[in-house]
Design a binder for this molecule. Structure first.
Ligand code: ADP
Length: 428
């Protein structure tokens, strides 16, 4: 730039010297100086015109030839344009690549603006939701109208994906996962989970059918073994028959628990929900458990810290009875003779809590996250002596999930355990 500037100064100097010499000898000094300035201004205007023409027409890629400051201005603008062009080409290549990747994806991708309106979607999303170019800018809930999706979308809690039947293809099952990004924009990833869904359905049906088919023969076997136990007089048969009876009863318990679980898995949650008097229900659960706890001379107490009117919780009474009962029976089963078990009911502004605490053997920390898995046992010997099925806590977890509640387990080995059910209070 400095070089161009000094050339320009030299040019001005030459014009001034030439004009002043001619002006000096011709006695028209001022006129020649004015003439010199006019020539320079005209030259400047000409260069500006060339610049403007080059910028407007962009006929040739290269800038017009010029010396001095104008040469440098042309070169700098040319350089800037080249950099910009390169940057644009790079950006276009990146956009093209992203478009190629998103087109190759089997999962549907939909990008929504801050108002939840359609901004971009890939071909897979186009196929899954039947979107077309004229749908750009429309609200996504005009295309995914399922009430569950509308609630999922509006609530804004996108930690878990949502699974729904496809509105376009009746046999397909789609999974929607929303992610927030940028300025409240949203990315929806849509996966076809039909195969997984069918496999899960097959597993559920298989368990339900097998359990159902086994129930009748087992009842018959149970009946005969009971009769044989009652009428047997041969001493060598007493022990084997009693063991047969014990094991067939255990199998019946297992089948019943499997049927309860498969019903919880296969039926829609939220049906038959009606207000339930929780205190009354807990009194029944307690009196049922007392039969067993009295045999073990345990202390079983129920405290309802509910100062206001009796707590009414919307839910399914049969399911809640089964969940609470499983927790209380577990405490009775695993707590040794003369132990203490307390059932506590309380509430705060947002939740209502029911806890079962015992001073039994407790559970080591590494087992706690896995306790609600089917057939998970802390200790096989502990389990076989108590005759459990390993399905009790799985049933509890499912029932709580169906009531939007959660199970919290705290335990200290050697000191006891506390199982707490946390329910959201109904919004007024
Ligand atoms: P189970 O039929 O074996 O009791 P559950 O699913 O109800 O099956 O319980 C899973 C395991 O959790 C049990 O096998 C037992 O080891 C442990 N468990 C459950 N409740 C208690 C408790 N109150 N104290 C100690 N261990 C418990």
């Amino acid at each position: 730039m400095l070089k161009g500037f000094s050339t320009e100064l030299q040019r001005i100097l030459v014009i001034l010297v030439v004009c002043s010499v001619i002006g000096f000898f011709s006695d028209h000094y001022a006129l020649w100086m004015l003439f010199g300035c006019a020539i320079y201004i005209l030259w400047m205007l000409w260069q500006m015109r060339r610049l403007n023409q080059w910028l407007v027409r962009q006929e040739s890629e290269h800038p017009p030839e010029a010396s001095g400051i104008w040469g440098q201005i042309f070169d700098n603008i040319y350089q800037l344009q080249r950099d910009q062009r390169l940057e644009k080409e790079n950006l276009q290549a990146v956009i093209k690549r992203i478009q190629e990747i998103s087109s190759a994806l089997k999962d549907g991708l939909v990008i929504l603006d801050a108002r939840g309106h359609l901004d971009f979607w890939n071909p897979a999303a186009h196929r899954m939701l039947a979107l077309s170019t004229k749908d750009q800018g429309q609200s996504v809930i005009n295309f995914i109208r399922h009430p569950k999706f509308v609630t999922y979308f509006e609530e804004g809690n996108y930690e878990e994906p949502l699974e729904l039947p496809s509105s376009r293809f009746a046999s397909k099952q789609l999974q929607f996962q929303i992610t927030l990004f940028g300025k409240n924009e949203r990315l929806i990833v849509i996966r076809d989970v039909t195969q997984l869904h069918n496999l899960e359905k097959m597993r559920q049906d298989f368990i339900a059918n097998v359990s159902h088919e086994l129930r009748t023969p087992l009842t018959v076997i149970n009946g005969y073994v009971e009769t044989l136990v009652d009428n047997n007089t041969t001493p060598t048969w007493i022990k084997p028959l009693q063991q047969m009876l014990q094991q067939s009863k255990r199998m019946s318990l297992l089948i019943n628990d499997l049927l309860v679980l498969s019903k919880l898995e296969t039926t829609e949650a939220g049906h038959n929900h009606k207000p339930i008097n929780i205190e009354q229900l807990l009194a029944i659960v307690k009196s049922e458990a007392e039969v067993l706890s009295k045999e073990k001379e345990q202390q079983l107490t129920l405290i309802c810290n509910n100062t206001t009117k009796p707590l009414q919780l919307p839910g399914n009474e049969k399911e809640l009875h089964s969940a609470f009962s499983n927790l209380v029976i577990n405490a009775v089963k695993y707590t040794p003779n003369e132990g203490r078990i307390s059932l506590l009911l309380w509430q705060d502004q947002k939740h209502f809590y029911f806890s079962v605490s015992d001073n039994g053997p407790g559970i080591e920390a590494q087992h706690i996250p896995r306790l609600t898995e089917r057939f998970y046992r802390v200790d096989a010997s502990r389990n076989s002596s108590t005759g459990g099925t390993g399905l009790g806590l799985a049933i509890v977890k499912h029932v709580l999930m169906r009531h939007d509640a959660e199970l919290q387990i705290t335990s200290e080995p050697g000191r006891g355990s506390t199982f707490t059910c946390i329910f959201p209070l109904p919004q007024k």
